[in-house]
Design a protein around this ligand. Structure first.
Ligand SMILES: [Ca+2]
Ligand SMILES: [Ca+2]
Length: 277
C-alpha cells in the first residue's frame, strides 16, 4: 500500500469545514468545477452581519440524486439550535432559497460511487424584514480567478430590458479558458451574447448565442475570452449562468460522463490498493 493511497484514504475520512463570513460569497463543492470525490463530507458555515438573513442562489447545482446531497440547516457556529430545512440533490441550477437566520450550516455528503460536478452557490445578506431583490446591474466585468461563474444581471431572476454587459475572462500566460454554460434562456434573436476569442471585440468571434438552447462548450485559443451581452427593449428572460476555468496550455474538453467513470475507476483502484495491504 503506497503512502499516496494511505494519504488519500485518510483524507477522504476527514470532515472538511469551511467558514464564510460577510455580506456575499460563493460556496463551491470540493474540486469544483471538476467532479467532487466519492465519500465527500464537507461542512460549510455561513455567517452574515447581524440584522440580516441569508438568501442562497444556486448558480450551478448537479449531484447524484438522491445519494449525493447538500443538507441545509438554519443556525451555525456556537448556535445549538440547528434546524434542518432541506436536503438538496439532483439538478437544481437556477433555484434559490431564503434562510431566516444570520447563520446557516450546509453539509455536503457523497456516497461510494458516481460523482458529478457539484455546485456553486452564492449567499447574500438581506436586511431582516425585507425581501431579497435582484441587483438588475451588470456583474463585475473582470474575471481573473482560476475558475468562477459568469451570469446575466440578476440571474436566476430575469435580466432587465435594454442592458449591455461585458465580461473579460482572463487566465495567466500560457493558459487557455474553458467556458461551459449550465443554464441559458434569452429572447431568441434579440437578447444575445457574443463571445470573442481574445480580450475584446476586435478578436475573432467564436459565436453569438440566444434562445433556450445551451451553447457548446467554448475553448479559447489564448489566455482571454470576451463576452458581450445585450438585451433589447422588450421581453426579458432568466438569462445564463456559465462556468469558466483556466487550464495550462490547450486541453481537450472532457465529456462529464467520462469524468464520472474515471472517478469510479479511481475509487475501485483505491479499494484494490487497500485490500492488498
Ligand atoms: Ca454518488
Ligand atoms: Ca428582449
Amino acid at each position: 500500500m503506497s503512502t499516496l493511497i494511505i494519504l488519500a484514504s485518510f483524507f477522504q475520512l476527514c470532515i472538511a469545514q469551511l467558514n464564510f463570513e460577510g455580506s456575499t460569497g460563493i460556496l463551491y463543492s470540493p474540486n469544483y468545477p471538476d467532479n467532487y470525490s466519492n465519500n465527500a463530507n464537507v461542512v460549510y458555515t455561513v455567517t452574515v452581519p447581524v440584522g440580516n438573513y441569508i438568501h442562497l442562489t444556486f448558480l450551478d447545482f448537479e449531484t447524484e440524486n438522491p445519494y449525493d446531497f447538500l443538507n441545509i440547516l438554519q443556525g451555525g457556529g456556537d448556535d445549538d439550535e440547528l434546524v434542518s430545512l432541506k436536503n438538496v440533490s439532483g439538478e437544481q441550477t437556477g433555484t434559490s432559497m431564503d434562510i431566516s437566520d444570520s447563520q446557516s450550516t450546509l453539509i455536503f455528503k457523497s456516497d461510494l460511487t458516481t460523482t458529478y460536478r457539484g455546485f456553486a452557490i452564492r449567499f447574500d445578506a438581506v436586511k431582516a424584514g425585507t425581501l431579497f431583490s435582484p441587483t438588475n446591474s451588470c456583474p463585475s466585468p473582470l474575471h481573473a480567478s482560476s475558475f468562477g461563474i459568469v451570469t446575466t444581471p440578476s440571474f436566476p431572476y430575469n435580466y432587465p430590458n435594454n442592458i449591455s454587459c461585458s465580461y473579460l475572462l482572463l487566465a495567466p500566460a500560457a493558459h487557455t479558458i474553458i467556458l461551459q454554460f449550465v443554464a441559458f434562456n434569452t429572447e431568441d434573436g434579440y437578447d444575445i451574447v457574443w463571445i470573442y476569442d481574445g480580450s475584446n471585440n476586435s478578436f475573432p468571434l467564436i459565436g453569438k448565442y440566444s434562445g433556450n438552447k445551451i451553447p457548446p462548450i467554448i475553448n479559447s485559443s489564448g489566455n482571454a475570452l470576451y463576452l458581450y451581452f445585450r438585451s433589447d427593449l422588450v421581453n426579458n428572460f432568466q438569462g445564463f449562468s456559465g462556468i469558466y476555468n483556466s487550464v495550462s496550455g490547450v486541453q481537450p474538453v472532457t465529456d462529464p460522463s467520462t469524468k464520472s467513470k474515471k472517478n469510479l475507476l479511481n475509487w475501485l483502484k483505491g479499494k484494490i490498493g487497500n485490500s492488498s495491504n
